[in-house]
Design a binder for this molecule. Structure first.
Ligand code: 5AD
Length: 364
């Protein structure tokens, strides 16, 4: 029998009311229709392939003081590190040998010249030593257009910068009120990424205290109106050494935050069709099968952590972040085993760029 969700989902364009309903319905049958539809849309527009990115956490030094984040500037308990250049390059080449098509280089927000130039050299070295075969995504916060251009020209081609929430009011609640944390600067940075030529990704945290289904529906509408190429989003998870730790009582239960995150992934897939969507690590913290469930709900990018073990423990954005293991292939093999029989496969040695990006570029 057709559910109400089925008839909403057969419509061409989802309205804000539709999205709020789909984020809130308690009916099991309706939830399943939503996830099934998302998976079908993914297969139709992106194939059944999951792309791999080796995640390298370059530095946990950060000039920002976000109220939710474990590596915020004021957290004096964090042991700060920056990976030596040769170790980053080593990890990238390791990813290449393991048939990962790409790496993601992520770091706290640093805008000092030493950092900017160091990353430029690293990008160039990875491109050279992989003979141009390894894709490079960056996720290093808000930077000037010139810096984005420098990194793009060096050979990086995708960039993730989460908006965290598209509600300016909520954004102000979860960030300090100073010049380092301005909503309009984040928006401008997203515009600049596109101007520099990057495939541009964004995303939000899901289940923030005070966040409503209407806020989340607006987030999805924002992704559509910005015409975003990639999405990385996941549940908010508290960290004890942050100002928001005390807001714990206002949170949805972990299982509900997890499910809401899956619904956001499914809806993003249904609305945006051919964008890349990551199965984020935070999902795994709330459910051991979190990332597999995300893939079945529409995600198509998987990012095993490849940060050298001795540093990775200091990159704690939230509590319960999964430990890094010595050989990421254990995780990839497990993923492959689980995907077999579900009609999905792994896109070894592929960049797995955003199809959406190229369609837009060709159109314009
Ligand atoms: N819970 C979930 N995600 C978090 N991030 C930072 N802190 C947390 C947290 N406590 C995410 C933010 C940021 C990305 C690097 O990590 O969305 O953009």
């Amino acid at each position: 029998m057709k559910t109400l969700v089925d008839s909403i989902l057969t419509k061409g364009i989802l309205t804000k009311d539709d999205l709020v309903y789909l984020l809130s319905t308690k009916e099991e049958k309706e939830k399943h229709s939503l996830f099934r539809k998302a998976n079908q849309v993914k297969k139709e527009h992106c194939g059944n392939v999951v792309y791999l990115r080796g995640l390298i956490e370059l530095s946990n030094i950060c000039r920002k003081d976000c109220n939710y984040c474990g590596i915020r500037k004021s957290n004096e308990k964090v042991v700060r590190y920056t990976l030596p250049e040769d170790e980053v390059i080593d990890r990238a080449l390791f990813a290449l040998r393991r048939d990962f098509g790409s790496v993601v280089i992520q770091s706290g927000e640093r805008t000092d010249r030493v950092f900017i130039d160091m990353l430029t050299r690293v990008i160039k070295a990875i491109r050279e030593r992989s003979e141009g075969t390894l894709g490079i995504t960056l996720s290093c916060g808000e930077q000037s257009l010139e810096t984005y251009q420098q990194w793009f020209d060096a050979g990086a081609h995708r960039y993730l910068l989460r908006i965290e929430t598209s509600s300016e009011e909520l954004f102000r609640k979860i960030h300090p009120d100073n010049e380092f944390h301005r909503f309009e600067d984040r928006m401008q940075a997203l515009e600049n990424l596109r101007k520099a030529g990057f495939q541009t990704g964004t995303g939000v945290m899901i289940g923030l205290p005070g966040q409503t289904p209407e806020n989340l529906a607006d987030d999805l509408l924002f992704f559509r109106s910005f015409d975003i190429d990639m999405i990385g989003m996941g549940p908010y998870i508290p960290h004890a050494d942050t100002p928001m730790a005390g807001w714990k009582t206002r949170l949805l239960k972990p299982a509900d935050r997890f499910e809401l995150s899956l619904r956001m992934i499914a809806l993003a897939r249904i609305m945006l069709k051919d964008v890349n969507i990551a199965a984020s690590t935070a999902l795994q913290t709330l459910d051991p099968d979190g990332r597999i469930k995300a893939i079945l709900a529409g995600a198509n990018v998987f990012m095993p952590n490849m940060t050298p073990k001795i540093y990775a423990g200091d990159y704690n954005l939230y509590e319960g972040k999964p430990q890094v293991i010595d050989d990421p292939m254990i995780i990839v093999n497990e993923l492959e085993k689980r995907l077999r029989g579900l009609g999905e496969s792994i896109g070894y040695s592929k960049w797995g760029d955003s199809k959406h990006f190229f369609k837009r570029v060709i159109k314009n």
